[in-house]
Structures are given as structure tokens and as C-alpha cells.
Design a protein around this ligand. Structure first.
Ligand code: ARG
Length: 463
């Protein structure tokens, strides 16, 4: 079959070349953006006098028909057409004849693909952001109900200080808020129109790029034709944003795996989002969080793959960049389902406040409060207070109890310092609420953080 670019060729291309060279197998994903770009380009060609009104209308009708065929699954994507751009253009020419042949005036596949792919990336940037907000809302819903639920806060995965579950969940959300900002920044940075730059150096037709930028909702046309057809920063930005998002998802997934183990028993995952073992009938496995953690490998890989594709390319367009798409499609697909399922897992998990409290009573979590109390009450230097607290901790250890379980009388006998009222200080809830500085874990501060995030989410949703 004759190629759209076949004029200078005497021999047919080999089947092997066709198979190797073609991107139609995956870039058909861009059909909608390609048609939208063609409609806009045709309108511009009409405006600058390249197309006559009837030719323009024939093109629009033709593209409309092709759109309809694709939507109905009646369009045949053929390897011989090479890519989505030529598939649609060939179909248009077959459909409307001569006028169809004029559509490619002042346009190259190089700016076409740059447009289609960018539109696609920007569209999913918005969809992902919406899903991030939905996930945050689900998490905050739980956080609201658990600003009094004591659990051990950890550093080095060792019990450190008592916190409330809501506070821990707000920490998750703080990651997602930065992710949201990162996607927004990328959107703003890349919202420029590539179309109309031609193959690499501009065109002699006076393409009205301003008009097309407006038409397609971009902030402005890109600056330089050569850069426009060569760069894939917009795709790399998305892959990086997704990678950061997954680094966060993966950490949360790790906590869900830990928390659902017998050792922690902080949560039980719902049956609907757990799996069994084919050999051990008693088992209930956290496959979903494990897969979420595992999928970070694939999205990091997609980022590194495209960075590697791009790193050695001379200006301007090179066919290497055809390799930009599959990883992006894969990362987007992975992100959409992952955000949905993470939200569902979190929304349906059962929380066990009793076990959280039980664990908070292990490891002398209020030792810091005791030291602080010594400082306040006896005006001791913190180092000295730290030392005396150590002596009391050692006593509790020897007795086999947590310091929060010691009686005030016992403690008073261990030192001559004024420790009246110490029992209350050692209480987990008192300790948690004492951390009332801005950003701290007290119930009040946690509620404040939740309110700030909720307000922010509402602003994003309505603006
Ligand atoms: N399928 C190509 C790609 O994805 C489209 C651009 C091809 N341009 C060219 N001059 N061969 O990058």
C-alpha cells in the first residue's frame, strides 16, 4: 500500500520495517486529541485563506465521521498507516478526496504528535488531581473521627511519643497536598500550544498560532519551533509527578501492611479488598497495599526509561521520541486505578483503637513528658531532667510496667525533687494534648489541621 510519504520511494517498504516502525498499535490512544488538533488546524487554515469554506466544511464532516467510526469501534487501525496521524489523514482523504489532501498544509507530524501527546498529558494531569482530592477527603473523613484515638507515634519504627490516629492520617494527606501542587505546577509550566511550528523551523504560511492556542485552551503558543518538536519535558514532568505520588502511596501501603499484621493489629482490611492463600486456609493477605507498593517500581521505571530515551538526542525531532508514549500511558493507567483502590481500602478498613492504645502503653512513650515536667516544676536543665527520667524508666523496666502505669507514690520515693502531680503528666492522653504547638498532635491542633485541609480541598474543587 502506498505511503502518504512514499513519493520519493521506488520500492515497497518491508513488512518487518512496517512492524518495527509503526506506533499505531499504541498511539491510537491519542485519536481524540488528533482529531481535535486537526479540527483546530483546519479552522486556522480557513482563517488564513488556505482552505475554502466548502473544503473546510468537508474536512469537518469527514473528521466527524471518522470520530463516529472510532467511537463505534468500526475504524480499522492498520499497521500500514504507521501512526494515528496518518491513519486519520488517510481515512479522511479516502472519505472526502482532494480537500482532505489540503489538511496537512503548514503542519507536520512532528508538531501534530507534540500537540496530541501534550493535550493527553494535560488532560490526565487534571483527572489525577481530582482523584488525589477524593483520596484526601476519604482519609480526612476517618481522621475527623479519630482525633482522640491514641496510638504510638514512631521514629526508627520504635515507639516514640503518643499521637492520635487523626494526626497520623493528616501526615499522609500532607504528602498528597504536595503531590497536588506538583501536578498543578507542571500543568502551568506545560500549558503551551505546540501546534503550528511545522517540522522544526516554522512554516511559510503565516500559521495563526495565537488563535489555535486560544481555541484549545492553552495559555499561549510555545516560543521556539525547534524546541517544540524535540522536547518531551511535559511527559517527563508527569512521569516524575506520578513517581513522587507513588513514593508516597508506597509508604502508606507499607504502613497498611504493617498495621494489618498480627504484630500490630491496628487495622483489619475489609474482605472485599483482601485475598486468601491457595494453601493456608486461615490466611488473609494484604495484596492490595502490597501491589500498590510494588507498582511504584513500574512507574519509577517509566520515568527512567524516558529520561534515558531523551538524554542523547540532538535537536530537533528524532524518531526515538516515539518511545515516549507507552510508559506514560502505563503510568497514567496505573495511577488511576491505584488512587481508586487505595481510597477504597482506606475507607473500608476497620480500625482497632483498643490495640492502638495497648501498644501505646508499651515503651514509656511519656518519658519526654516526665523530663519536661521536671524542667517546668524544678527549673532543672533539660539534660539533668533527661537523666533523672532515665532512672525512673529503669525502675519501671525492672518492675515490668510502663511508666504511665507507675503510682505517684512510687515515683516520689525515687527522687527528692518535687514531682507532685506527676501521675497526670504520665497519662497518654495528657501527653498527646500537651503537644499543642502549631502543627502538633494535640486533638485541638489535629482538628485545626483537618479543617485547613478540608477548606483547601473545597477551594480546589470549586475553583
Ligand atoms: N509516530 C511518531 C511519533 O510518535 C509521529 C511523528 C513522526 N514524525 C516523523 N517525522 N517521522 O513520534
Amino acid at each position: 500500500m502506498a505511503k502518504l510519504w512514499g513519493g520519493r520511494f521506488k520500492e515497497e517498504s518491508s513488512n518487518l520495517l512496517d512492524m518495527f516502525n509503526a506506533s499505531i498499535g499504541f498511539d491510537q490512544e491519542l485519536w481524540e486529541q488528533d482529531i481535535l488538533g486537526s479540527v483546530t488546524h483546519a479552522k486556522m487554515l480557513l482563517n488564513i485563506g488556505i482552505l475554502k469554506k466548502d473544503e473546510y466544511e468537508a474536512i469537518l464532516r469527514g473528521l466527524e465521521h471518522i470520530k463516529d467510526q472510532i467511537q463505534k469501534g468500526e475504524f480499522e487501525f492498520k499497521i500500514a498507516d504507521e501512526d494515528i496521524h496518518m491513519a486519520i489523514e488517510s481515512a479522511l482523504i479516502a472519505l472526502i478526496g482532494e480537500a482532505g489532501k489540503k489538511l496537512h498544509t503548514g503542519r507536520s507530524r512532528n508538531d501534530q504528535v507534540a500537540l496530541d501527546f501534550r493535550l493527553y498529558v494535560l488532560e490526565y494531569n487534571q483527572i489525577i488531581r481530582t482523584k488525589i482530592l477524593e483520596l484526601m477527603e476519604a482519609i480526612l473523613g476517618i481522621a475527623c473521627a479519630h482525633t482522640q484515638t491514641i496510638m504510638p507515634g514512631m521514629t526508627h519504627l520504635q515507639h516514640a511519643q503518643p499521637v492520635n490516629l487523626g494526626f497520623h492520617l493528616v501526615a499522609w494527606c500532607a504528602n498528597f497536598q504536595r503531590d497536588y501542587w506538583r501536578f498543578s505546577d507542571s500543568f502551568i509550566r506545560n500549558n503551551y500550544l505546540p501546534l503550528g511550528v511545522g517540522a522544526m523551523a516554522g512554516t511559510p504560511y503565516g500559521n495563526d498560532r495565537e488563535m489555535m492556542a486560544k481555541e484549545l485552551g492553552f495559555s499561549a503558543p510555545t516560543l521556539n519551533a525547534m524546541d517544540t518538536v524535540s522536547e518531551r519535558d511535559f511527559a517527563l514532568d508527569l512521569l516524575y509527578d506520578i513517581s513522587m505520588l507513588f513514593m508516597h502511596i508506597s509508604r502508606i501501603a507499607e504502613e497498611l501492611v504493617l498495621w494489618s499484621s498480627y504484630e500490630f493489629k491496628f487495622i483489619t482490611l475489609s474482605d472485599a479488598y483482601s485475598t486468601g492463600s491457595s494453601i493456608m486456609p486461615q490466611k488473609k493477605n494484604p495484596d492490595v497495599p502490597e501491589l500498590l507498593r510494588g507498582k511504584s517500581g513500574r512507574v519509577f521505571g517509566n520515568l527512567i526509561a524516558l529520561l534515558t530515551v531523551m538524554k542523547g538526542l540532538p535537536l530537533a525531532y528524532n524518531k526515538d521520541t516515539q518511545e515516549d508514549k507507552e510508559g506514560v500511558f502505563d503510568s497514567i493507567k496505573t495511577t488511576l486505578i491505584s488512587l481508586d483502590i487505595l481510597k477504597a481500602v482506606i475507607a473500608t478498613m476497620k480500625i482497632h483503637p483498643d490495640n492502638m492504645l495497648k501498644m501505646a502503653k508499651i515503651g514509656h512513650l511519656t518519658a519526654t513528658d516526665l523530663a519536661d515536667f521536671l524542667v517546668f516544676k524544678n527549673h532543672l536543665p533539660f539534660r539533668e531532667a533527661h537523666h533523672i527520667t532515665g532512672v525512673i524508666v529503669a525502675y519501671a523496666e525492672k518492675k515490668g510496667v510502663d511508666i504511665s502505669e507507675l503510682e505517684e507514690e512510687e515515683i516520689l520515693q525515687l527522687t527528692s525533687l518535687d514531682l507532685h502531680g506527676v501521675k497526670k503528666v504520665l497519662d497518654l492522653k495528657t501527653s498527646m494534648n500537651a503537644r499543642n504547638s502549631l502543627g502538633g498532635t494535640s486533638s485541638m491542633r489535629t482538628q485545626e489541621q483537618i479543617q485547613i485541609l478540608k477548606k483547601w480541598i473545597n477551594e480546589k474543587k470549586n475553583g
